[in-house]
Design a protein around this ligand. Structure first.
Ligand SMILES: [Zn+2]
Length: 314
């Protein structure tokens, strides 16, 4: 497999030292299964925040780490159970994998999901299942030499039931996982629209200088308020569309088709609207709505996408 196939027109992952010995690894273009990771280099060990989706992408990430340090990665944090963040766990052979208790539970129940039908053409590689070794709820602190890496959950469902954020207080760096899709359409099908909105408040209160989101470029300073507001605006737009759909007795997919995405049309993976609406209906107290299950909700995303499967360039 050539590296051309891996990167296509998207280009390789972008390695950036966002604080001393703290690196973000941002994979363009941040669409389906093309997520971000990051790592912190200690005197004799490395801590990685998340892994990535395909074997090739994980090997490229390992190469990026090796370009900075020969120290082994001894701890990997899974921010949530989704395959793009956890598939690579097995390649970190020297590492303990830590996650939220629920993240491990979901992974144990699903194993390696079979995405061949939903995302044909993706070269997943020789994936091996590796669940987290160590789990927690609430918060815990990783000590890398004299640097603290604070891991904490939200206490509620947001992107998933079992999201973990990683906070480096000395450097003001926050890894949010998929609570933020910078430049992409937020996706709450496995979680909660309102819970994701609440998570954005928690993120803002953290007062970070730099935020590494789960997808899309890292950002900092004055950009933080703008990015968080843009995420909020989309999620509130979904709630308003759901309220309109409920009042008009439309199904979520009918409401998706009746909705003008307007400014949100610029976000990648716009078909997520149909899935997000299912969640917003479920959370709307006026709705007489029965949850249809993930497969049907994903089917609606495909229907809303003109019958096409979501575009996946991973
Ligand atoms: Zn995710």
């Amino acid at each position: 497999m050539s590296s051309n196939h891996l990167h296509g027109d998207l280009g390789p992952g972008l390695l950036e030292e966002v604080a001393p010995k703290v690196f973000s690894y941002v994979q363009p273009d941040g669409t389906w299964f093309i997520n971000n990771t990051g790592f912190i280099v200690g005197e004799s060990a490395v801590v990685s925040i998340d892994t990535t989706s395909t074997e090739l992408r994980n090997r490229a990430y390992l190469d990026a780490i090796a370009s900075v340090t020969k120290n082994p990665v001894t701890l990997v944090v899974n921010t949530h159970h989704h395959a793009d963040h956890t598939h690579g766990n097995y390649l970190f052979t020297d590492a303990t994998i830590i996650s939220h208790t629920t993240c491990r539970k979901v992974m144990m129940a699903t194993g390696i999901p079979d995405y061949r039908a939903a995302f044909p053409g993706v070269e997943w590689g020789d994936l091996r299942f590796r669940a987290p070794d160590l789990t927690f709820e609430g918060s815990t602190t990783v000590h890398l030499d004299d640097l603290d890496i604070e891991l904490f959950d939200l206490g509620h469902v947001a992107h998933t039931d079992g999201d973990v954020l990683a906070w480096l207080p000395e450097h003001g760096v926050l890894f949010t996982g998929d609570l933020i899709f910078h430049g992409g359409t937020p996706f709450a099908l496995f979680g909660s629209i309102q819970g994701t909105l609440d998570a954005l408040d928690t993120i803002e209160e953290q007062g970070a200088d730099v935020i590494v989101p789960g997808h899309g470029p890292a950002f900092g300073g004055r950009e933080i308020g703008k990015v968080l507001d843009a995420q909020r605006a989309y999620l509130q737009f979904v709630q308003e569309a759901a309220a309109e759909g409920v009042a008009s007795a439309r199904s979520p997919v009918e409401q998706a088709s009746a909705t003008d995405l307007g400014e949100f049309d610029r976000l990648t993976d716009a078909e997520r609207l149909a899935g997000n609406l299912h969640v917003a209906y479920r959370e709307n107290p006026e709705a007489d709505y029965e949850w249809v299950g993930f497969e049907n909700a994903i089917g609606d995303m495909i229907a809303f996408n003109g019958g096409m499967l979501p575009r996946c360039l991973a």
